[in-house]
Design a protein around this ligand. Structure first.
Ligand SMILES: Nc1nc2c([nH]c(=O)n2[C@H]2C[C@H](O)[C@@H](COP(=O)(O)OP(=O)(O)OP(=O)(O)O)O2)c(=O)[nH]1
Length: 136
């Protein structure tokens, strides 16, 4: 934290009707064609929740409500250190329009492990599955 070389990225585990939104990065992005929880980089002086609301609006045209912060994951990406900060979020409004991504799916929890994820997302996914199992 506070490291000059670390890039903070917030991502949304967006729940609706017992499913979770997963998005596929496009060919031209970093980590092409891998699946992720949508989100993006924090801007200078931006709060995490604000950044997440902004990114999801920009990328998917959805309004969301961040409800619970999960454990950040640090991951070495080339010469940079990525800090991935996940939030469980609830859907508020809007219909998905893909602005940047190649594809999206509303996945059942039991199918989430089947996607070809960005590696930094794997610990996030495991924490989320564990949490949701405990709360069943
Ligand atoms: N959004 C998002 N990015 C992720 C996840 N996992 C993961 O490793 N990343 C990586 C991919 C990218 O290297 C970086 C996020 O960059 P980005 O390109 O999505 O963010 P951004 O829209 O703010 O970037 P930019 O194009 O404005 O530079 O974090 C994830 O679950 N969600």
């Amino acid at each position: 934290m506070g490291d000059v070389h670390s890039i903070k990225v917030v991502c949304a585990i967006l729940e609706q009707h017992n499913r979770v939104l997963v998005t596929q990065r496009n060919q031209n992005m970093a980590q092409p064609l891998l699946w992720e929880f949508p989100g993006g980089k924090l801007e200078p002086d931006e709060e995490e929740e604000q950044a997440l609301i902004r990114e999801i609006k920009e990328e998917l045209q959805l309004d969301i409500l961040p409800v619970k912060r999960l454990t950040p994951v640090s991951y070495a990406l080339g010469d940079k250190l990525l800090e991935l900060i996940p939030y469980i979020c609830h859907y508020k409004a809007g219909a998905i329009q893909l602005v940047e991504h190649k594809a999206y799916q509303w996945a059942e929890r039991s199918r989430l492990r089947n996607y070809n994820w960005c590696p930094a997302d794997l610990p996030v996914l495991e924490e989320y599955l564990q949490l949701t199992q405990l709360s069943l």
